[in-house]
Write a protein of this length. Structure first.
Length: 613
C-alpha cells in the first residue's frame, strides 16, 4: 500500500477547534472544498496504534483504503495516539485499524468516525455528500466484520472451500450430517448474523467499491469468496431446508432457522440495486424500500445513507443536511416522489400496523423510514401486477407550505362493514388457521341472507382474497381454488388443532382430491396464505366487496381507489373538517386491475377529492 507523500502532512492552523475528547483534545483543521481527511497508520505491530491525519484532494487522491465497518457500542472504546493526542475510538474501528496496520510501512485509510469531524454538522453534511465519491476513489475497500469469535475462522475456511468447489451440493450435504465440516457450516450462521450486515451505510459502501477485501479476526479473503458462497447457499436452498434437523430455530436472533440465515443473511441481505438504479427513471422509492430493513443510528440516514447509490440528478435534489428535522426530510421525500413520478404508491409505505411510536409527528401518509415493519406494501411486490387505477397519473397537491395536508383524487369503492381479527407479524400456521376460521365465520354470518349463488361467489372471492389474488395457474378456476384453499386449511386444522370443531361444509373439503402431499400442506399454507395474511385482516364492505386490509382496519373506514395508485387504500375520517387519516393499502377482490377507474371514465362512478392529514 503506497503511503502519502509529505505534501499531505498536517499543517499548523490558527483555526483549530476541539472535537473528539481524549486525555488531550485532538483538534480538527477545516477542510477545503472537495478535500477529505485520511488517516496514516504508522507501522509497528505490538505497540499502541499511532496515526497521523492528512488532508488530500478528492480530485487527485493518493492510493488509500476506505474502511467499511459497524460502529458498535459508542461507550466501548480504545485509545489511539493521533498526532500527540490520545483519542478514544470505538472497539470496532480500533480492530479495523489494527488489522490494516503493517509491520514496515504506513497505510493511508479513510474511516468516517475519524476522518469526519462528527461534532461539526456543516462538515458532516458536506462530507456525507461526498461518501459515494470517497468509496469510488478508494484503491480498495476493507470490510471489517469484527474479531474472531464463534468459530469464525473455521466458518471462513468453509466458505473458501465452498467457493472453489465445482459441485458444492455434496459438500453441503456432507457438512449437514456430521463431523468437523458440520461445525464449520454451523459457524457460518453467527458470521452471517454479525452487526455489519445489518448496517445501512454498508449498502452504499459496497455499491461504490472497486475492489473489496473482507477482514475478520486474523483472516483476510476477497469479497468474491463471501459472495460466491452466499450464492451457493441460495442455489441449494431446497437441500438446506429439506433437512429436519436444520429447521429448528437456533440462530442468534431466533428470527430465522439455520437455512434461512444462510440463504437470506450475510451478503444475501445486501440488495442488488444496480438494476434498479440503471433501469428506473426515478429509483428513489425502490432504493428506500430495498434498504428499509437496514439499521442506522440516525434515522435521517435512512435517506442520507442511500444518496450515494442514486443518480446525480437525484442526489442534487437532496442535501445531507443534518440540521433539518426528521419530519422535514421524510415529507420532502414524499413531495419529490409525487412530483417526479405522478404516482401515489409511496404513501402505501406508511405502514401503521403493528402500531409503533414515532417522535417525528409525521402526517399519516408519510412513511416513517426509520421504522422496520414486518410487512410490505402491496405495491412493493411488483410481481403481483396490481393496477387498481389503471394507467392514470396521480392528481394531488399539498394544501400547506409545511406539507402536512395532501389532497388526492379518488374513486369511492365502499365502507368497511365487518372486519376479522388481525393476523400479527410473528405468527405460525396455527395462527393463520385460527384467523381463517374466524374470518370464514364472519363471511358466512354476513352473507346468510344472500342467495346460494351469491354465497358461493362470496366464498370464491374470500379464497382469492386470502392469497391476495395470487392463485397458481394450475388451480386458477374459481371453484378449483376454493377447493384447494379449504382443503389445505381443513386438513391442517384437523391434524394440528383437532380440538377445534369444523362445520360440515368445511369437513366436506377434506375428501377433495388435491395434488398436494400431506407432508407438504403446511409449507403450502405458509407460502400461499400465511405470508399474505400476515399483518392483515379480512374485511367486507357494506356494499358486499371482500378484501384484505391493514390489521389496523376498523368498521366505518372507507375504501377508495386514488388516481395514480396501484392499489385501493383505506381512509378514516379525522376530526370534523372532512379530513382523513391514511390507514393502509387494501386488496379488494375484482378491483385490482382498473375496474373503478373504468367505471369513472364511463360515468358510472364519481371522482372525489380527499384531504389526507
Amino acid at each position: 500500500m503506497e503511503a502519502a507523500t509529505g505534501s499531505w502532512s498536517a499543517q499548523p492552523s490558527s483555526s483549530y477547534r476541539p472535537s473528539v475528547v481524549g486525555e488531550r483534545q485532538h483538534q480538527y483543521r477545516p477542510l477545503e472544498e472537495s478535500y477529505i481527511r485520511l488517516i496514516r497508520i504508522l507501522p509497528e505491530r505490538k505497540t499502541m496504534l499511532r496515526c497521523e491525519m492528512v488532508h488530500v484532494s478528492l480530485r487527485k487522491p493518493p492510493r488509500f483504503v476506505a474502511i467499511s465497518y459497524a460502529w458498535g457500542d459508542a461507550g466501548d472504546t480504545r485509545k489511539i495516539e493521533l498526532e500527540g493526542s490520545l483519542v478514544p475510538i470505538s472497539v470496532s474501528l480500533h480492530g479495523a485499524l489494527s488489522a490494516l496496520r503493517q509491520k514496515s510501512e504506513s497505510v493511508l485509510v479513510w474511516a468516517d468516525a475519524l476522518s469526519i469531524d462528527q461534532e461539526n454538522s456543516d462538515e458532516r453534511t458536506q462530507q456525507v455528500q461526498l461518501m459515494a465519491s470517497i468509496f469510488a476513489a478508494a484503491d480498495s475497500v476493507a470490510v471489517w466484520l469484527g474479531p474472531e469469535k464463534d468459530d469464525s475462522t473455521e466458518a471462513i475456511g468453509f466458505l473458501c472451500d465452498l467457493a472453489g468447489h465445482g459441485n458444492p451440493a455434496p459438500k453441503i450435504a456432507d457438512a449437514m450430517s456430521s463431523g468437523s465440516a458440520r461445525r464449520a457450516l454451523l459457524a457460518v450462521v453467527p458470521l452471517f448474523e454479525r452487526d455489519y450486515w445489518k448496517r445501512l451505510w454498508v449498502v452504499q459502501e459496497i455499491f461504490n467499491a472497486k475492489d473489496i477485501t473482507v477482514y475478520c479476526g486474523p483472516t483476510k479473503v476477497s469479497w468474491e469468496i463471501y459472495q460466491d458462497a452466499s450464492m451457493t447457499f441460495r442455489a441449494e436452498r431446497d437441500l438446506l431446508e429439506r433437512n429436519p434437523r436444520w429447521q429448528k430455530y437456533g440462530s442468534i436472533s431466533d428470527q430465522y432457522s439455520y437455512p434461512q440465515v444462510l440463504v437470506l443473511s450475510g451478503p444475501a441481505s445486501l440488495p442488488n440495486l444496480r438494476p434498479i438504479v440503471e433501469q428506473k427513471d426515478e429509483p428513489l422509492l425502490e432504493v428506500l424500500r430495498a434498504c428499509r430493513r437496514k439499521l442506522a443510528s440516525d434515522p435521517k440516514d435512512k435517506l442520507f445513507g442511500v444518496l450515494g447509490i442514486l443518480p446525480e440528478r437525484v442526489r442534487n435534489e437532496f442535501r445531507a443536511d443534518y440540521s433539518l428535522s426528521l419530519k422535514e426530510i421524510y415529507t420532502e421525500i414524499v413531495d419529490y416522489i409525487l412530483k417526479t413520478t405522478e404516482n401515489l404508491d409511496v404513501i402505501c409505505d406508511a405502514i401503521h400496523f403493528p402500531a409503533h411510536r414515532s417522535s417525528a409527528n409525521l402526517p399519516s401518509f408519510v412513511p416513517d423510514w426509520s421504522h422496520i415493519p414486518q410487512v410490505a406494501s402491496l405495491s412493493h411486490w411488483h410481481a403481483y401486477g396490481f393496477k387498481a387505477a389503471g394507467d392514470t397519473k396521480a392528481v394531488c397537491r399539498f394544501l400547506d407550505e409545511r406539507l402536512n395536508k395532501l389532497e388526492i383524487s379518488a374513486v369511492y369503492l365502499g365502507t368497511v362493514g365487518v372486519r376479522g381479527v388481525a393476523v400479527g407479524t410473528l405468527c405460525t400456521c396455527d395462527d393463520y388457521a385460527m384467523a381463517f376460521l374466524q374470518w370464514r365465520a364472519l363471511l358466512l354470518q354476513s352473507t346468510k341472507k344472500d342467495s346460494d349463488k351469491a354465497k358461493l361467489a362470496a366464498e370464491q372471492h374470500f379464497a382469492r382474497a386470502l392469497c391476495l389474488g395470487q392463485v397458481p395457474s394450475a388451480w386458477d378456476r374459481p371453484n378449483q381454488w376454493l377447493a384447494v384453499c379449504y382443503h389445505v386449511f381443513a386438513s391442517f386444522l384437523q391434524t394440528n388443532l383437532p380440538y377445534l370443531p369444523l362445520d360440515q361444509s368445511l369437513l366436506g373439503f377434506l375428501d377433495v382430491d388435491v395434488d398436494i402431499p400431506p407432508g407438504e400442506r403446511e409449507v403450502f399454507l405458509d407460502k400461499h396464505f400465511g405470508s399474505r395474511m400476515m399483518g392483515r385482516c379480512f374485511l367486507r364492505t357494506e356494499e358486499g366487496r371482500i378484501g384484505m386490509g391493514s390489521g389496523f382496519t376498523a368498521p366505518g373506514d372507507i375504501v377508495v381507489v386514488p388516481l395514480g395508485c396501484s392499489t385501493p387504500i383505506l381512509l378514516r375520517e379525522s376530526g370534523t373538517r372532512g379530513e382523513y387519516r391514511f390507514i393502509g393499502d387494501v386488496y379488494i377482490h375484482g378491483h385490482m386491475d382498473g375496474k373503478a377507474v373504468h367505471k369513472w371514465k364511463n360515468g358510472d362512478a364519481e371522482l372525489k377529492k380527499y384531504v389526507l392529514v
